[in-house]
Design a binder for this molecule. Structure first.
Ligand code: IYR
Length: 219
């Protein structure tokens, strides 16, 4: 590094346990995460959402441009509009837009165009990717940056005992008009956040993960 102002990095996070124990403990939390489509209407405080979004916003990003906006929706009328917009796109998807193979691959998940949970859940976080900064300036690696932020958001919600779904009605531009977002903001992901309903079930097929031998290579 040369010619740039620096600050000391003294505030290092040290877990109480060894790296082995701490890594295992975090895995024990994260492996219990499921994509949930049956939500309770039990409220979640705005304070909780703020902490989760601050965590997401602490993600690394290209040139630290932080090219994201997290629009948090709790207004029932707005949630209804979003449900209606999403269901319209999903109807088109399930009735022709998706090819046969795609529908075949989705069959084990049992999903369909009914997205009632978008109204039941206390919060919808609509994540937008900025194609230009708020000042009109360039952003870099915005897809990667927003993806990282969303991963951290999901982990933060799980850590707080909350359930999430990564929902991607496609195309998602209806979200710009409903939420009155400018054209430099592209909808990226729709993340319902809340508690699972008492009768919540998840598809058995979505529980399994590839064994470590299949996903890791050591050289
Ligand atoms: N967006 C649709 C379809 C869908 C697509 C994929 I890829 C999934 O992993 C799950 C669903 C829906 O939400 O029903």
């Amino acid at each position: 590094m040369h010619n740039c102002p620096t600050v000391p990095h003294h505030d290092r996070y040290e877990p109480d346990a060894s790296p082995e124990q701490a890594a295992q403990a975090f895995y024990d939390v994260m492996r219990r995460r499921r994509s949930v489509r049956m939500f309770s209407d039990k409220p979640v405080s705005k304070e909780t959402l703020e902490a989760i979004i601050k965590t997401a916003g602490s993600a690394p990003s290209g040139a630290n441009k932080q090219p994201w906006r997290f629009v948090c929706v709790q207004d029932p009328a707005v949630k209804r509009q979003i449900r209606e917009g999403a269901e319209a796109e999903e109807r088109a998807f399930y009735n022709g837009r998706a090819n046969e193979q795609w529908l075949k691959d989705l069959a084990p998940l049992g999903t369909d165009e009914n997205k009632a949970f978008l109204e039941t859940v206390p919060w919808l976080i609509v994540v937008f990717r900025l194609t230009r900064g708020d000042d009109g300036g360039q952003v870099y690696y915005s897809n990667e940056s927003v993806g990282l932020a969303c991963g951290m958001l999901l982990a933060a919600a799980q850590h707080a005992g909350l359930a999430t779904l990564t929902h991607t009605p496609s195309p998602m531009n209806f979200l710009n008009s409903i939420l009155d977002r400018p054209s430099n903001e592209r909808p990226y992901l729709l993340i319902p956040v809340g508690y699972p309903s008492d009768d919540c079930v998840v598809p058995a097929a979505a529980v399994e993960r590839k064994p470590i031998e299949d996903v890791m290579r050591v050289r």
